[in-house]
Write a protein that binds this ligand. Structure first.
Ligand code: ADP
Length: 272
């Protein structure tokens, strides 16, 4: 049988912080409708989703299936229909004030294209420090920026502080984007197609980094992707979404090797 542990691109487990049963982020019966009346578009249908501590979840599905809308709803960026429940550590997501800032620290988004995510005029230092300033970080800003760059394995971090995006490779830029997300000490990264815009040669490095963040720091991730190979390589669990419904969610081996749902099989058959 195929086992993922034998794959050469999987880094050694080392002192991996084990995935626990502790639920960090959870959606229960989530519905999202855009517009109203005859123009209403019902995009998410009774969606349940969990992200546990130390877990990488891949949310896979075709374009237009509702992946981004679900991720935004789970970050409090997308209003949900009444009756829907979205919680972080068992509490409803805050909607205003100080609590929103505290929540934003814990759940950070990493966007697809580092060139679009980084201000071309800002140095690495300024880009990464931005997140701390929004949070009114009371500690030593420079020390924390360097630490975040080290966490994102952009080394030696001091050498990059003054660099601007144009002087860096796509992979280095994505590390700066990730450092900018890590700087507030998040428990979860929500990543929308985090490697789709990168060259094949650096994709593996960024995926290894996400595994390493999980293993070293216990950072969970919800990774939105249409790439089943990516899901296979790094996800602990895979959730399949089709036309706004989660049709399957389970351990990666189970979902990708023994899919229960015909749609998942179709999706797998479409992989070259
Ligand atoms: P995916 O991320 O899987 O490609 P999305 O969540 O972006 O899917 O979109 C799901 C559906 O919702 C699509 O039909 C899209 O056109 C629609 N949609 C997304 N955002 C909006 C919006 N702000 N207003 C209206 N329709 C939207």
């Amino acid at each position: 049988p195929v086992t993922r542990r034998g794959r050469p691109d999987r880094p050694p487990v080392g002192e991996r912080i084990e995935m626990s049963e502790e639920i960090l982020l959870e959606a229960r019966g989530v519905n999202v409708t855009f517009g109203s009346g005859s123009a209403a578009l019902h995009v998410l249908h009774d969606v349940d989703m969990v992200v546990r501590k130390g877990e990488i979840v891949a949310l896979v599905g075709q374009s237009g299936s509702g992946k981004t809308t679900l991720a935004r709803a789970m970050m409090g960026l997308q209003p949900v229909d009444s009756g829907s429940v979205v919680q972080f550590r068992g509490e409803d997501l805050p909607t205003r004030g100080k609590d929103v800032r505290a929540f934003r620290k814990k759940v950070q988004m990493v966007f697809q294209d580092p060139s679009a995510a980084l201000n071309p005029k800002l140095s690495v230092y300024e880009s990464v420090a931005e997140g701390l300033r929004v949070q009114k970080y009371p500690g030593d800003e420079r020390a924390r920026v360097i630490e975040a760059l080290e966490e994102a394995e952009l080394l030696p971090a001091e050498n990059y502080l003054g660099a601007i995006p144009q002087e860096m490779s796509g992979g280095q830029r994505q590390r700066v984007v990730i450092a900018g997300a890590l700087v507030t000490g998040p428990e979860i990264l929500v990543a929308d197609e985090p490697v789709a815009s990168l060259d094949a040669s650096v994709r593996g490095e960024i995926l290894s980094l996400m595994l390493s963040l999980r293993d070293r720091l216990g950072v969970s991730a919800l990774i939105i992707t249409h790439d089943l190979g990516l899901a296979w390589n790094i996800a602990d669990t895979v959730a399949v979404i089709n036309e706004g419904r989660i049709i399957e969610h389970g351990p990666t081996e189970q979902v990708l090797l023994e899919p229960k749902h015909p749609y998942t099989r179709t999706l797998l058959d479409s992989v070259p």
